[in-house]
Design a protein around this ligand. Structure first.
Ligand SMILES: Cc1cc2nc3c(=O)[nH]c(=O)nc-3n(C[C@H](O)[C@H](O)[C@H](O)COP(=O)(O)OP(=O)(O)OC[C@H]3O[C@@H](n4cnc5c(N)ncnc54)[C@H](O)[C@@H]3O)c2cc1C
Length: 395
């Protein structure tokens, strides 16, 4: 079910080198052998893929885009997207766990931390010794992340943190959580939002509700409650007031990985639908030979290929230091909508059995919906893209 299809590049392309193809081969083999067999059970029992984490760490897959001197594998962002794509192709839960750990949990420290902060946390994160998480969303601050209400009030060489974060992916299992808080509780501007790192086990950090979700049910989505939680001032990332800009920058990169996740899920949908359409006969002919079914498969393949190009291009631009925010939004928005259409089509092509848990199509449909919501909804991506257009046009 996960052999290459005609829509996948099998020779180096503008964005893929021979090395990328080798990485894809390695990750695919691992995903099929170790990840795919667990996917249905993780979903069914809402079980976190704990046994897979050390195996991913062993292969270096929890630190792909980070430098070797900080415990990473020193590969590029295209390689990282391939990893998220291939894992998500067989298991959305594993895909989001890796994407949230890498893009959101580790990148802010890697990008904005002092030398000392990087040496303290990144090697453990990039080597997979511990997982990372990122907490921006609050009950009253979702798309409008500037509405942050969590506070961090300075007291000597510490900050005292109070308030609630929600929907924190990997929150329970993370060794470090990067989060935002307001250092001036009276201010409502983004210039009083600051980023901090809180370590697991810090007194005053409590784990609240574990979300029971539509999809990605094995992924850990946790509420975090800070009650007079004292954090050393040395855990502040960058200057006071710099947190909002840091988190927005982090999300620009994170969006590409949500695009990669949606791409993998879309490819997983085609992997299920294509063999079924070739094998099953009704009215004396194969489903694939019926034009209405064939057209669906053709559209899936074409859209998946277009999404793949957008995802790889955004990562390729990031690797070259070119502006990539617009391309990241293109990739995330397009791939997540392609993923939804592909999953919907896969269920339809399978018919009744597609609606059952016999096949992964229904799970993919539930899992991929998150890609239209997390790290900026589709509506927010369209706002981001429109603002870029307006700016480019000189408006
Ligand atoms: C499974 C899961 C994992 C998550 N992981 C994390 C995580 O690790 N860390 C983290 O910080 N957050 C995480 N989130 C939170 C996620 O990023 C937010 O849910 C998302 O940003 C949307 O915010 P909201 O849920 O408050 O929706 P709202 O902001 O309330 O939006 C509701 C609807 O209104 C629309 N809307 C809002 N504003 C506008 C606007 N200006 N114009 C047009 N439409 C608009 C939205 O597009 C959406 O359709 C996760 C969420 C889920 C479900």
């Amino acid at each position: 079910m996960t052999s290459p299809t005609s829509v996948e590049p099998t020779v180096p392309s503008p964005f893929l080198t021979e090395e990328h193809l080798q990485i894809r081969e390695m990750v695919r083999e691992f995903a099929v052998r170790e990840v795919a067999p667990l996917a249905a059970e993780l979903d069914e029992h809402k079980r976190f893929p704990s046994e897979t984490i050390p195996k991913l760490a062993e292969l270096g897959l929890l630190g792909v885009p980070f430098s070797q001197d900080l415990g990473g594998t020193g590969m590029d962002n295209v390689a990282y997207m391939i990893v998220v794509e291939e894992l998500s192709r067989v298991c959305g839960t594993t895909g989001i766990t890796v994407a949230a750990h890498t893009s959101l949990g580790t990148t802010p420290i890697y990008a904005f931390g002092t030398e000392e902060q990087k040496r303290r946390w990144v090697p453990k994160l990039a080597s997979g010794e511990m997982l990372g998480a990122f907490a921006l969303t609050e009950p009253a601050a979702g798309s409008d992340a500037k509405a942050t209400k969590v506070t961090a009030v300075r007291d000597g060489d510490q900050y005292v943190v109070n308030g609630t974060k929600i929907y924190c992916t990997n929150g329970t299992h993370a060794g470090t959580i990067v989060f935002t808080a307001r250092t001036d509780p009276k201010s409502t501007g983004s210039d009083s939002i600051c980023a901090f790192v809180v370590e697991k086990g810090t007194p005053g950090l409590h784990y609240g509700k574990l979300e029971d979700k539509l999809g990605l049910r094995g992924s850990d989505t946790r509420e975090l409650v800070f009650q007079d939680c004292r954090i050393p001032a040395a855990n502040r990332l960058g200057p006071e007031g710099g947190g909002f800009a840091q988190f927005m920058k982090t999300l620009e990169g994170g969006r590409i990985s949500i695009g990669a996740m949606a791409l993998g899920l879309a490819q997983g949908a085609l992997d299920v639908a294509l063999p079924h359409a070739r094998e099953r006969k009704q009215f004396g002919q194969r489903l694939i030979d019926m034009q209405a079914v064939g057209n669906r498969l053709a559209d899936m393949a074409m859209e998946i290929q277009a999404a793949r190009n957008l995802v790889y291009e955004a990562a390729w631009r990031k690797d070259r230091g070119l502006p990539f925010a617009l391309h990241g939004s293109f990739a995330k928005l397009f791939a997540s909508e392609v993923g939804m259409r592909a999953a919907h089509s896969a269920v339809q092509v399978l018919g009744g059995i597609g609606y059952t848990r016999e096949y992964p199509a229904e799970r993919i449909l539930r899992d991929v919906k998150l890609c239209e919501i997390g790290e900026g909804t589709s509506e927010i991506q369209r706002l981001v893209i429109t603002r870029h257009l307006d700016k480019q046009a000189g408006g």
